[in-house]
Each structure stands twice: as structure tokens, then as C-alpha cells.
Design a protein around this ligand. Sequence first.
Ligand code: ADP
Ligand code: MG
Ligand code: MG
Length: 887
Amino acid sequence: MTKWVYSFGDGQAEGRASDRNLLGGKGANLAEMSSLGLPVPPGFTITTDVCTHYYANGRTYPPELEAQVEKALEEVGRIAGRRFGDPERLLLVSVRSGGRASMPGMMDTVLNLGLNDATVEALAADADDARFAYDSYRRFIQMYSDVVLGLDHEVFEEILADEKGRLGYDVDTEFSADDWRRILRLYKERVESELGEPFPQDPRKQLWGAIGAVFSSWMNPRAVTYRRLHDIPESWGTAVNVQAMVFGNMGETSATGVAFTRNPSTGEKALYGEFLVNAQGEDVVAGIRTPQSLTEAARLETGSDKPSLEKLMPEVFATFVKTAERLEAHYRDMQDLEFTIERGKLWMLQTRSGKRTTAAALKIAVDMANEGLISRAEAVCRIDPAALDQLLHPTIDPDAQRDMIAAGLPASPGAATGEIVFSPDEAEEMKARGIPVILVRVETSPEDIHGMHAAEGILTTRGGMTSHAAVVARGMGKPCVAGAGTIRVDYRAGTMSSLGRTFGKGDVITIDGSTGQVLAGKVPMRQPTLSGNFSTIMEWADAVRRMGVRANADTPTDARTARSFGAEGIGLCRTEHMFFDDDRILAMREMILSDTEEERRRALSKLLPMQRADFIELFEIMAGLPVTIRLLDPPLHEFLPKTEEEIAEVAAAMDVDPDRLRQRTETLHEFNPMLGHRGCRLAICYPEMAEMQARAIFEAAAEAARTTGAPVVPEIMVPLVGIAAEFTLVKAMIEKVGKEVLAEAGAEIDYLIGTMIELPRAALGAGEIAREAEFFSFGTNDLTQTTFGISRDDAGSFLEIYRQKGILEQDPFVSIDVEGVGALVRIGAERGRAVREAMKLGICGEHGGDPASIAFCEEVGLDYVSCSPFRVPIARLAAAQAACRGE
Ligand code: ADP
Ligand code: MG
Ligand code: MG
């Protein structure tokens, strides 16, 4: 019989942390904490397999499930000394979702389940606290109606707000037992009038209602969107956790809170968290009241006059610190904890690896390796390469004038400027029109995710560092200021005001997520400098990676950036970019439009010194490192004069009739330039062009070797070869020039002549080509185009539809198509190396900076990847991770 239900509690558990796929992250970790002997309320997990079964069978459960749930429920009761549905020994439970990957706030939790008009009185008597019992019941009605019955929670908030206003209260905790009793009546009346049915009183009906709601919430639009944004497969499903309730709302010695074992913004090794006295569940993150700091140090830092847990409940605090340390050591990673204190006793409700900023991730990884908790290789593997982008976020220029409107919490680092919008839909619309916006909300909720995505930054007026806005923004790597309390937002009027100033929708503000400041207008920004931890991780990554990392760099600026990010050479220098400058394009056009070789040579002789000067500068910057230079590649028409004015200009320079020139331009027209007269075909038809480029390269190499003293290693690359004979011909031209130039200069330079493999024909014929070619560089942009027969420039109109229809999971121009294009790369590498064992192999398409593609390159055994300069750190890290995984 299939086991659908796994129990935990009382120092034991049927599952463990490694059962994440089956039990979901929350369930697996509850089981693990229970086995560790930590104080976890007993409960059980209904597996993700049930979710799969549920959707595969028209939203029905496996027949054995009910009996297994009953049995587990009895076991929970036995451990808790209670019984579900029994008013004499009342057992209340929470019903919590939890999939494999954490989807914060995506699925809703129901607390205090099992309460009804009768049991609430039992709870009041049992706890000797009627206020507490009614508070719990009204929370239950609120959550259950929202999550299970589909009745918006605002209905209840309205009632609460009315009552608060009528009684002149500020916060919920001021309501007395009698107040709550009256509010409960209003709640239930409202449920019945809205739904035409009274609120369900049978605890078992409530339980199955909640379980069903969790499973159906897997397919709610929010969850679907979140999964799409985070590449979480639909097939994973969610588990359901049913757990005995413990109460943080049982008066002044009770509390609920969340914590991180290290600071999730900075990575500092200090317990970090917030709590609320006499509160329950999500109160802390929902921003209902402003939470208090766990530690005294943090309280002093924020200048709050509300006591820390350390001061308020020193003993519980001490136990909590020990528990947190134990969990961090056990999981060997920073943990995100949820806990509740019930009348002075600590209960752990959740642990998981904490989300953190990239800066924090680097610091934590480095610190943990230095503490001996993890190895250096593990530290390297802990950093998400793509997230390094976050470090390149701008910050506010320290010298800038700051016109401060308000201050909140520095919830997610980086600064952003944009026009104010107050709704997520507006944020999305403005983004679509190319207008940067700051999303301003009182607080955010999962419904706002699309707007948060669209915004440059997020500003909230309520909520703490662990509020929804803060957590989600950090995950997205977006700047966020949370809880800017002086700001009053008026959604209806479309304004926000603070300290006597009012700003409307469309006004520009800047938020500084690193300091919490909200500033008027646009403020000058600065690119960040990279931290010591960043360099350390890079160093450790370099120590474990096998593949080299080079950059695609065409200009001296690119080359310098590349070196500063640690590139070990240039893997692709596209020479055509050098001909677009104003002073060069004319000579280039002359060359292209010449009728005779002689005319062409005349134009080329003008280009030679410029081209040589370019290469000298590149070689000097890259002294001692290899520089791969690709001969002219694009279809010539890209250089042609387009306007009458341009044609007249070239005609004058060449001293020819403009009409003749126009005709020549027309004959160069191609139907499919991408598959036309380009690549090595140019060198073959106009050898003098390749000769000029080869000469420029060799002369520059000789010159740079003289000036720098470090030998440069030019690698001359012939583009778009399909047939070995093409390469042989061009190679002979280059070699001839090389011999001449080096003899003239009396220099000795090591150089290689190789080719790009970017046509299927070349990959298949790689063995033949390798007889002459000294290196291969896989040009996976063109190889993808030519393998799929899809032009990159035209793919936009249908690729997204292909993705939606599940034909292609990923854009093959972003991440290499392993089965097709990858197979050709594999064949090319194998056939090349079979002929020339030590042949140098690299990749220079966009894929060279994509972590998944880099892992593929490692598998195939390429020698290096080459990517855009800003992706070099990402590639270094991804290459290291690929090497570790391959071991
Ligand atoms: P999420 O996945 O959104 O974090 P949880 O299932 O963790 O949702 O529930 C949210 C909060 O509800 C918890 O952090 C905890 O404070 C509270 N909670 C859940 N189960 C219980 C319980 N058995 N007793 C007391 N509080 C609970
Ligand atoms: Mg939780
Ligand atoms: Mg190409």
C-alpha cells in the first residue's frame, strides 16, 4: 500500500531533510527538526504524490488517504495529549502548504482549524483566557473564509476597522473578549450573507476543506506566475502539512517571530530577526504592527524603544539562540526560522536555507569556509552565478545632493530612480512603454508580484525587513525601502505625502535600498566596486575551475573591462566593428565598391594603419595573453552607403560617377545576407582584404611585443568555414603574409591560425578541417541559427509562442540546445581532436556567459569559454561549479 502520509513529533519523524521531493521543503525540515529533538509541535505531511494523484484523477484523492490521515491525526493527538474535534481535550491544527522549492507567500496557511461555536468556549476555558480564544476563532474564520471559501479578507478587515474606529482603538490587541464576541457574530453573519451558507462547524469538514484548498492553490494564478518566473516545474506539486497549533497570541508571555541565523542583507554573522508579542502567524510579516528586534544590538541600531526579545524574555531568547546555532551547524547554511512562543515556551515552526542578497551570499560563503563549516569548493558552489549581476547594481553617488522625503528600512540594496506608480498594473503598463517606475505601496502582497517585477524599485510604508516586499525584492535583486512610516499613501487620489510634502503619480523619486532613504527627483548613481569577498570567491573559483575564461572584446574599453573582471585573453575580437567609425567607413565603402583589385588595394592601404593601431592597443592591454582576431565576417551590404548623400560622398572620394556607384550597390544586394557573401567567402573572393588584415595583425604583434616585452599570442580566426578547402586557401594567404611581415620586422611571434565552427557542415567535417586548423572556436550563435534554420533577428515573433506551447523550453540563443546544437559541438570537438589531439577548443557565442551552457562546455571538454566582459565573473564562477560537479 502506498504511504501517503508521514508523521513527525515527540523527537521522531518518518521523514527526513533529504525527502524534500516527497514531503516538500517545509515538511522535510519539520521532520528533520523533530528528529533532532527540537521543540516542534507534532504533525504530519501529506506527500506531493497526493498532489500529483489529485490532478491526474480529476481532483480526487487516493482511496487510502482518508484512513491514513485519521491515523496520523490520532497520533498527533496522542503526542499532544488531545483529540481532534473533542471539546474536552481540544486539538487545533494548522494546515500548511509546502512544495519542493520554497514559494514564499504563494500558498496560504490556515491556523486554528478545529474551532467552532462550541469548541471556542472550550478553548477559552482551557486557556482561561476568553480574549485569546475569540481572537483565535476570528482569525480562523478570516483565513478559512479567504483561503477555502474564497471570501476576500478585506470583508473582515472592513468590519475590524469599523469596530476599531467606533471604539477609538489603535491596535487589535485593545479589543476585549466582549468586543471579539461581537465581532465574531458580525463575521459569521457576513459569511452567511455573502455565501448563503453558515460558516462550517464540523472540524473534519473544515480539515478536508483546507487540505483541498492547499492542493487547488497549486494551480492558482499567483502560484502559476511564480513558478513561471522561477522555472519551477508544474509536475512537482505541493505537500500539505497538518500540525498541532501552538499559540503566540496567549497574552504577554507569548509571541511569534521570524529570524535569520545571519544577516540576509549583509551576511554579517549575527542573529537577525523580528517578533511581536501576543500575536499569531504572519502578523510579523504582514506589517500589522511594527515588529520588535530579537537582539538588543539590533534594537539599539534601529533606535527602537520597544524591548528586544533578549531583554523581554532572556531565557527563551537563550534557548532560541542555541537552537538557531544548532540548525545552522546541522544544515551547514544560513537558516531562515519561524517560531512561536506560547506562554514562555519556544516552539520551532519552520527552518529553511535563507534567501539572501548576493553580497550576503558571498560573505556567508567565505565566512563559513573560513569557519571550517564548509569547504572552499562548497563555498564556490553556494553562489548563484547569475546573481552576480546584482553586484553590478548602481548605488547613489556619495557626493550627490540628497533631498530626503522620508526614511524607511534598507530592505534590499541598490538604488533606483523612477516615476511613482501606486498599482502593480500601472507599473507593468509603464514598463511596457519603457518608463522606469518605483512601485509605492502601503505593503505588498503576492498579488503584486508582476508589478514588483516591472518596477525598478519598491517602496512600502508599512512592514519590516522580513515583510513580503522586503523578501521578494531581495529575491529579485531589486532595490527596496520598506516601512517608510512618515509616508501616507492615498491610493484614490494617487498621491503620497510625507512631512508636509506631497508627490503624485508620475513624479520622479529615487530610493536607496542600502540606506532606506527616499529621495526626491533623479539622483546621480555610481557603479559599485567589488568587495573583498567577491575577489575571494573568484580566487577560490579560479583554483577549482579547469576551463579558461576569455572575453569577447572589440575595443580597448571592452578589453580593459574584461581584464579587470579577470578575463584570460580575448576569445573573439570582431574586426568589422572597427570599420564603422566615421573616419573609417568611407575608406571601407571605397574598398567594397571598387571594381578592380587595384582600386581595392588603394582603399585597403588607407585602412591598414588604422587597423594596425587598433590591434596594437588591444595587444598592449592583453600583453602576455592570447587574443583571437576574427577576419572580416559580415555581409558587405552592412557597410554600404544608404542615403543619396552617403553615395555622393563616397563617389566624390573615389572620383567616380554616383550613378555607377548606385548600380554597384544594387548588385551587392542579397536576399539572405546571413547565408550570403560573408565570412571566409569574402577572403576567398577578395584575398587582398584578408591580406591587409593579416598584415595589420602581424605588424601589430611585432610592435606590441617590442613595447610590452610580453609576447602576445595572436590567434587568427577564419569565420564561417564549411569546407576544409576554404580554410586551407585562406590559411595559406595568412601564412604568406606572416612570413613576409615577420621577416621585415625581424621578429619572432608565436601565432595560431584556426577557424570558427559555426556551420553544421564544419562540425561534421571537423576532422578534415583539423588537418590544417590549429584551433576551433565554436560560434554557437551562427551554429544555432544554421542548425535550427532560425534567424536570431527574426525569432522574436514566434519563439515566445514556441515556449508557451512547450515546443522549446528555453530560447536556444540564450542557453545552448544540448540535443541539437550541442550534439554538433560534441561531434566537432571529437572529430577535431581525433586528428589533432592537443587542439585548442573554445566557445565564443552568447552561450559562453550562460551558466547552463558553460556546464555543457565542461562536459564536452572545451578548453575555454569566451563571453561579454561583464559576464566574465559569472563565467569564472560557473566554470568552477561545472568542474566541481564533474568530479
Ligand atoms: P508560509 O509558507 O507562507 O511561510 P507557513 O505554513 O510557514 O506559511 O505558516 C505561516 C505562519 O503560520 C508560520 O510562520 C507560523 O507563524 C504560523 N503557524 C503555522 N503553523 C503553526 C502552528 N502549528 N502553530 C502556530 N503557528 C503556526
Ligand atoms: Mg513559513
Ligand atoms: Mg558567426
